[in-house]
Design a protein around this ligand. Structure first.
Ligand code: XMP
Ligand code: MG
Length: 263
């Protein structure tokens, strides 16, 4: 859509608009451009027939632009700077602010639990899906730690298909003997991956092995796995964003979104 070509003030008042902006379950906001704002400073995408706002240049909003659907003192609320959903994505399941709040809570718990441990904790992020979760979590840890990664693959995996055959693609670098290890995984589904990892790491004679998982799909479990830190339980739907992908797409979305089932 040509920038600014069809935008208009819908006549809604500020509180209507603010109420709508708090709904994390729907991103189909209609776009209201205050007249003082040069629409060329904003990027708009029209992907669904509704207007979806994708804020790219909030610094272009003048200080005195005191009305509009999400203007606060001339600035967009950061949580509203949301990339629009594409036709593949059904809804936002967990918004960016909720993820950050939960990561804070998990970090606080981990800091407490490892406070009296001697030595440096080894964080092992499971690539690729956990790279963002690992990056956010480790920066909130106050206990001494090092960051390591491991890459696994499920044999025969294509798109969103999972398989019980877990294969090691890239091993960790740290020596785990007598050290505390915390595995950081994006999502727990059948349990095969974590079950494989926990068994594998235990053969390396660590002081302890614990697990932190951002998302848990309990309905999908095939192998029981003990999880020490869980971000959110979610239903049995395919999710993307915050590191998670569908065929390598959507990893860098700041929120977790549910995909429409792939036909
Ligand atoms: P298992 O079945 O071994 O699966 O517990 C864990 C791995 O499966 C991937 N997985 C997903 N990836 N959206 C994704 O992007 C999902 O909804 C999803 N469910 C499972 C993921 O790689 C995880 O490490
Ligand atoms: Mg993973």
């Amino acid at each position: 859509m040509e920038s600014g070509a069809t935008m208009s003030d819908s006549g809604e008042n500020q509180s209507d608009v603010e109420n709508r902006s708090d709904r994390s379950d729907s991103l189909q906001y209609r776009c209201i451009v205050p007249p003082k704002i040069d629409p060329s400073g904003l990027d708009f995408l029209d992907m669904t027939g509704e207007y979806l706002l994708c804020l790219m240049h909030s610094q272009n909003i003048p200080e005195d632009a005191s009305y509009g659907w999400s203007l606060r003192g001339g600035r967009m609320k950061s949580s509203l700077a949301i990339p629009p959903l594409t036709k593949d994505l059904a809804q936002v399941l967990i918004d960016a602010d909720s993820i950050q709040r939960r990561v804070d809570e998990l970090a606080r718990q981990i800091n407490q639990d490892y406070a009296d441990c001697t030595g440096t904790l080894i964080l092992v992020g499971v690539l690729k899906g956990s790279f963002i979760f690992t990056a956010d979590l480790c920066r909130k840890l106050t206990v001494p730690h090092v960051v390591d990664f491991i890459a696994l693959s499920s044999y025969g995996k294509t798109g969103d298909q999972q398989s019980a055959n877990v294969r090691l693609l890239m091993d960790t670098r740290e020596n785990m003997e007598d050290r505390h290890v915390l595995i950081i995984e994006d999502i727990l589904d059948s349990g095969n991956t974590l079950d494989y990892l926990i068994r594998n790491f235990k053969t390396r004679r660590p002081a302890s092995v614990k697990t932190a998982v951002l998302l848990d799909k309990p309905d999908r479990r095939v192998v029981p796995v003990h999880i020490d830190y869980v971000g959110f339980e979610i239903p049995d739907v395919w999710v993307v964003g915050y590191g998670l992908d569908y065929a390598e797409r959507y990893r860098t979305l700041p929120y977790i979104a549910e995909m429409y089932p792939v036909k």
